[in-house]
Each structure stands twice: as structure tokens, then as C-alpha cells.
Write a protein that binds this ligand. Structure first.
Ligand SMILES: [Zn+2]
Length: 197
């Protein structure tokens, strides 16, 4: 049978989520429909609230205000080591490992010349500024291993300010893998086994 229009619209939107197909989307929508009205309203308003989210002016991480909680923490921002990731979900994965105590910079993805994504698009100028402003002496590139990720690391190693030791996280991260899906132990090992480029 055809789904009622309103239910069908919810299913269409849920299907945009990664890993959610038609059947999963219908199951989720029906599950939400079984909630009481108050909870459905709360879900709806929390999703609308995402429209107000900002990017930290210092590290580009997602935050509620101008500057994120990590950049406001002197124990983190004053350390001379900075970790560069390609997405907020990768930042969260590294934070959950508990292995890194410095500050971060979140790139807007990786270089992809074929799609017209160059250094400006992913925020390289702001990364260089942050490295200088924070007096960073060691940068850890926690960029996912892929052709574009490897090219991005090589490029960053060339353009980051002189005098900064540039490391890349080591083995433990499978080729073609994504940091956000790895367990904390694997991320912890990858950070320990990083090597200078
Ligand atoms: Zn920040």
C-alpha cells in the first residue's frame, strides 16, 4: 500500500541519513509515531536547533558560541601540540580515545582538485594562522588514509609554517577506513604510533 503523505515525507527525510534505507526509515518513522506528543515535539525542536550551530572561529569545530569549549580551555589551547582532523566526527572519535591532550583544527574535508576543492575550501589558511597564533611546535595530522587524504597530508607538510614538526597518525587505521567508526583502542594505538613526515 501507499504510505500516508505525511509519513512518506518523514521517511524521505530519514532516508538521507547514512546507513538508513527505505525499510529502516519506515521502522524509525513508525517508532517515532508511537511516542507521546511531547517527545515528538522535543525531537522536532532539537533538530531545528541544529540550524543555529556555529563553527568555532579558532578551530572550526562545531559549537554553540563563537569559540568552542576546547579552545576556551587553557589546559588544551596553551599546549604546543595540535591535531588536525577532516571532520567534527573524527575530532569526537579522537577525544573519546582520551589519548590526545592538545588543541584541534577541523578541516572542511580534504583536497580534491577534480571536484574543485582546494586549500582555501578546506581552510588551510586558517589552519596556518591557528598554528602561529597558538605557538604550535608539533602538528599531528589525523587525516583518514585515502588518495585525497594522503595528498592533503603531503600538501600540509609543505605549507605549514617552518619549524613545526608534522606527524601523521600511524598504523592501526585501515586504508579506506574512517576514524569515526574505529574503537578507542585502535585510535589510541594510531596516535601512539604516529611518525614524522
Ligand atoms: Zn575551537
Amino acid at each position: 500500500m501507499e504510505l500516508p503523505g505525511t509519513l512518506n515525507e518523514a521517511v524521505t527525510q530519514l532516508k538521507r541519513l547514512p546507513g538508513i534505507g527505505e525499510r529502516s526509515a519506515i521502522r524509525l518513522a513508525l517508532s517515532i509515531l508511537s511516542w507521546d506528543q511531547e517527545n515528538i515535539k522535543n525531537l522536532s525542536s532539537s533538530l531545528s536547533g541544529l540550524l543555529d550551530i556555529k563553527n568555532c572561529i579558532s578551530c572550526n569545530a562545531l559549537c554553540d558560541n563563537e569559540v568552542c569549549s576546547l579552545c576556551n580551555d587553557p589546559n588544551r589551547i596553551d599546549k604546543p601540540i595540535m591535531c588536525v582532523v577532516e571532520s567534527m566526527s573524527d575530532l569526537l572519535a579522537i577525544e573519546n580515545s582520551g589519548e590526545f591532550a592538545g588543541s584541534y583544527f577541523v578541516l572542511s574535508g580534504v583536497l580534491n582538485p577534480l571536484k574543485g576543492i582546494g586549500p582555501d575550501e578546506i581552510g588551510v589558511p586558517n589552519l596556518c594562522k591557528a598554528a602561529i597564533n597558538r605557538k604550535i611546535s608539533n602538528i599531528v595530522l589525523a587525516v583518514n588514509p585515502s588518495i585525497e587524504g594522503d595528498a592533503t597530508c603531503s600538501y600540509l607538510n609543505e605549507v605549514l609554517p617552518d619549524g613545526i614538526i608534522v606527524d601523521r597518525i600511524g598504523f592501526g587505521v585501515p586504508m579506506g577506513g574512517s576514524l569515526e567508526y574505529l574503537d578507542s583502542m585502535t585510535i589510541s594505538q594510531a596516535l601512539k604510533n604516529r611518525k614524522t613526515l
